[in-house]
Design a protein around this ligand. Structure first.
Ligand code: NDP
Ligand code: 2IT
Length: 457
């Protein structure tokens, strides 16, 4: 078939594929990082074709290379007196538009590839929020499951005893992610404060309300995701009202996505954890999930003990076989593959909003876009969490705290802006309806302009 690409598009495509090949060569065996890079790079071909200046100044070669990648030993003593050793990570990916900002993940699957994919995504997500925050991410292969509270404290203190050297309110500001919530942030803040000998409230976000946290931060990612999906639905005259929703996961993002979807009149019929999923035809009882997960730290299978009409199924993948109008993947990366995406489409899904980071494989995204499913990509749809983290930093700098309603209103307007900017960018490059491309382009251009202005650094 003859190529329909113009000369400048061909040049851009060649340039992008040569950068992608070098990423694979220089970062072998990092499949998640390759996947995140591929998604962005493919979207940027029309941008380079139209603006060759970004190629000339090596923006892409620089943006795929972290400014700094730190790995460190985290030794700690468990409750049986045994020495345990975990590995800690922090990638400081890009500081063109602000201090590095991004969460910390504690999960046994954490490795350099996972941290780099998350840090890379964070650059563009943070840019989309319109806030002055660069991209970073960190974490450890520590598994918090089954650990006592004292073990969690000893581990997080040891982790911070190394990490503190690299972070600060104007340098790098971590927050939570999988396995890191208010409890872990509290212990890390305490240790940081003790080592530094000063009260630098803005060094971490997701703090407790009594010591500098922001109202609405706990809810922000899940609420923001639903606000974003709501914008997509409205563009086709649809709404959450009366719709059936399936939400994977039962952690922070999932719980508050379920909360807001329910507030907007939807019935959430299923949620999950890494063991399996529950289906409740009456609608998931959120008070039960919150108590089981936020307080008792139990498994989702225990939901059916209190709601006998609900059904628990072992294995988390099967949740995507449930018919629904709206699917919100809020657990982890690559949880929706092409087969799951096809099943969702066959069952009539109208919208997918990614609360988790990179929950859909590249093949699954193709299935959604080809079938004209409204698709809210992670870096746009889940940006509400980090956006409110940036608002927490602002409040800390001003030594003020805003009300829940004030922060929620700002979050809502940020999510609307992200939606509109993504739509505009997709249309400007001839890809209407493709918010994957729109979000990638809008996020990229702001960072690229800042990098151009700041010279080759
Ligand atoms: P939590 O630790 O609070 O919850 C994670 C949930 O996902 C749990 O239900 C967990 O089940 C499930 N899960 C984790 N790993 C897997 C896995 N490998 N397979 C199946 N299920 C899994 O984390 P969050 O809610 O904070 O994070 C969820 C997702 O949202 C992540 O992708 C995160 O990067 C992303 N995100 C988080 C933000 C935030 O503000 N917290 C902001 C933006 C994105 P189990 O308990 O069994 O492990
Ligand atoms: O993936 C994410 O955006 C987060 N885990 C939140 C990061 C933050 O700094 O609030």
């Amino acid at each position: 078939m003859p190529s329909t690409l113009t000369g400048s598009e061909q040049a851009a495509e060649q340039y992008v594929s040569s950068v992608y090949e070098s990423v694979i060569r220089r970062n072998p065996h990092e499949s998640e990082f390759h996947q995140a890079v591929k998604e962005i790079l493919d979207s940027l071909i029309p941008v380079f074709a139209r603006h060759p200046k970004y190629m000339k100044h090596g923006i892409l070669e620089r943006i795929v290379e972290p400014e700094r990648m730190i790995t460190f030993r985290v030794p700690w003593v468990d409750d049986n007196g045994n020495v345990q050793v975990n590995r800690g990570f922090r990638v400081q990916f890009n500081s063109a538009i602000g201090p590095y900002k991004g969460g910390l993940r504690f999960h046994p699957s954490v490795n350099a590839s996972i941290i780099k994919f998350l840090g890379f995504e964070q650059i563009f997500k943070n840019s989309l929020t319109g806030q002055p925050i660069g991209g970073g991410k960190g974490g450890s292969d520590f598994d918090p499951k089954g650990k006592s509270d004292r073990e969690i404290m000893r581990f997080t203190q040891s982790f911070m005893t190394e990490l503190y050297k690299y972070i600060g309110p104007d340098e790098d500001v971590p927050a939570g992610d999988i396995g890191v919530g208010a409890r872990e942030i509290g212990y890390m803040f305490g240790q940081y404060k003790r080592i530094r000998g000063g009260y630098e409230a803005g060094v971490l976000t997701g703090k407790g309300i009594v010591y500098g946290g922001s109202l609405t931060r706990t809810e922000a990612t899940g609420y923001g995701c639903v606000y974003f999906v709501n914008e997509m639905l409205e563009s086709r005259g649809l709404s959450f009202q009366g719709s059936t929703v399936v939400v994977s996961g039962s952690g922070n993002v999932s719980i508050y996505a379920m909360d807001k979807a329910t507030q907007l009149g939807a019935k959430v019929v299923a949620c999950s954890d890494s063991d399996g999923y529950v289906y409740d035809p009456h609608g998931i009882n959120l008070n039960t999930v919150k108590r089981l997960k936020e307080i008792e730290r139990k498994r989702i299978r225990e939901y059916v003990d209190e709601h006998p009409h609900a059904v628990y199924t072992e294995g988390c993948q099967g949740i995507w076989s449930l018919p629904c109008d709206i699917a919100l993947p809020c657990a982890t990366q690559n949880e929706i593959d092409a087969d799951s995406a096809k099943m969702l489409v066959e069952n009539g899904v109208k919208a997918v909003g990614e609360g988790a980071n990179m929950p859909s494989t590249l093949e699954a995204i193709d299935v959604f876009l080809k079938n004209r499913v409204l698709f809210g990509p992670a870096k746009a749809a889940n940006a509400g969490g980090v956006a409110v983290s940036a608002l927490e930093m602002s409040q800390n700098s001003m030594r003020q705290s805003w009300t829940f309603e004030e922060v929620d209103a700002k979050l809502h307007s940020i999510m609307k802006n992200i939606y509109q900017n993504s739509v505009k960018a997709s249309e400007a490059y001839g890809l209407p309806g493709n918010l994957v491309a729109g979000a990638n382009i809008a996020g990229f251009v702001r960072v690229a302009e800042a990098m151009l202005a700041q010279g080759v650094v």
